[in-house]
Design a protein around this ligand. Structure first.
Ligand SMILES: CC[C@@H](C(=O)O)C(=O)SCCNC(=O)CCNC(=O)[C@H](O)C(C)(C)COP(=O)(O)OP(=O)(O)OC[C@H]1O[C@@H](n2cnc3c(N)ncnc32)[C@H](O)[C@@H]1OP(=O)(O)O
Length: 328
């Protein structure tokens, strides 16, 4: 690792002099604080985000969810640095059983510890995304206490998913309904297949989102559009999705020669544009956007500087500087 002074000489040669003590202070503070960022993320991802509410007893809820088996959440971590997380319960339109909720949390923990990760694609098996909670489980845990605990468990898990230092994409084929629609709001981007539908059906169930989908939807499309989608239980097709900013890209129809490979291949191609580069740099990009999205400005600025300190003078930065000096 290049010493501070070596880096400083490269820096001052290219960008003019800064007062040495100020640069030293900034550099040393940012180095020390980057550990604070990681400790913050680790602490937040472990502790349940809303454990303070309604005596959230983690062991108790795990036991209850385990009583509703079926399906799986499959995770494939690829050498490319892009992982694929598949919601796999096709006989129930990929509805999330209790055991799948536990499976999801375990896979998010794996991804939190994946040091080579840069991107994540969340998709459903059998060309459909997810039709929400498994209704048989919903019927069985319809008392308020259990419902709230299931809710908190899923809120915590989806919040941790969104906070992964990976650039995440929800690949929507077929239907994303209810909790399935909430799931896609816990990714950074959303891609839709031509004939797919996103629908927050909660109102038809006498419900509102509970997995954090409403809070995230407001931040994605704004309060007015979020209100229309929820109060109208509107069916969002790819055109509407693009129009309101809920969807970032519509994939090519597989039955035309425009499509290159499967929808998953198309999604990987799309995501690869944003994850090209060294792992530490891509992860740092997600961290600074995450802090800008979630933290008050002054804290976001401090966090940005601490994350900056983890890449400034790192191998990618020094290589880029060396390449530039070669172009003279
Ligand atoms: C916080 C939100 C969260 C919660 O409150 O816990 C929720 O998500 S509540 C659930 C919200 N989701 C729904 O209301 C969707 C219910 N499903 C449907 O509307 C339809 O199944 C469909 C998804 C539109 C598909 O319709 P269709 O193509 O006609 O297929 P089928 O309806 O025949 O479904 C095939 C098969 O799958 C079973 N299925 C579908 N969704 C669920 C589900 N959410 N839970 C359990 N099982 C589901 C459906 O019962 C069929 O099974 P069989 O009858 O055995 O063939």
């Amino acid at each position: 690792m290049t010493s501070f002074l070596d880096h400083l000489s490269i820096y001052s040669r290219n960008s003019g002099r800064m007062r040495l003590c100020a640069v030293m202070r900034t550099f040393l503070k940012s180095r020390s604080r980057c550990g604070a960022w990681d400790r913050l993320l680790q602490k937040q991802s472990r502790a349940s985000i809303c454990s303070h509410v309604h005596s959230f007893n983690e062991a108790n809820i795990r036991e209850k969810l385990q009583a509703f088996p079926g399906g799986s959440i499959d995770l494939l971590k690829q050498d490319s640095g892009i992982a694929v997380l598949t919601i796999n319960n096709p006989s129930r339109m990929n509805a999330l059983s209790g055991s799948m909720m536990l499976d999801l949390e375990e896979k998010v923990t794996q991804l939190e510890n994946w040091t080579d990760g840069k991107g994540l694609i969340v998709c459903g098996a059998a060309e459909t995304f997810c039709s929400g909670s498994d209704l048989s489980a919903v019927r069985a845990i319809s008392n308020t206490q259990d419902g709230m605990m299931m809710c908190m468990f899923m809120q915590n898990t989806l919040t941790r998913l969104l906070r992964l230092p990976l650039i995440s994409v929800a690949l929507v084929e077929g239907k994303a309904l209810g909790g399935g629609a909430e799931f896609i709001t816990a990714c950074d981007f959303r891609l839709m297949a031509p004939d797919s539908v996103i629908q927050f059906v909660h109102k038809h169930m006498g419900l509102v989102p509970g997995w954090g989908g409403a809070a995230r939807l407001v931040r994605i499309v704004g309060a007015q559009k979020a209100l229309q989608l929820l109060a109208g239980a509107l069916k969002v097709n790819p055109t509407l999705g693009l129009q309101i900013g809920l969807v970032d890209e519509v994939l090519k129809d597989l039955h035309t020669d425009m499509a290159v490979g499967t929808t998953l291949k198309q999604a990987e191609q799309w995501l690869s544009n944003y994850v090209k580069g060294p792992v530490p740099v891509i992860q740092a990009v997600k961290k600074v956007v995450l802090s800008g999205r979630e933290l008050p400005l002054s804290e976001a600025l401090r966090t940005e500087m601490s994350v900056f300190g983890t890449v400034w003078g790192g191998p990618a930065n020094l290589q880029a500087l060396a390449n530039k000096s070669k172009h003279k």
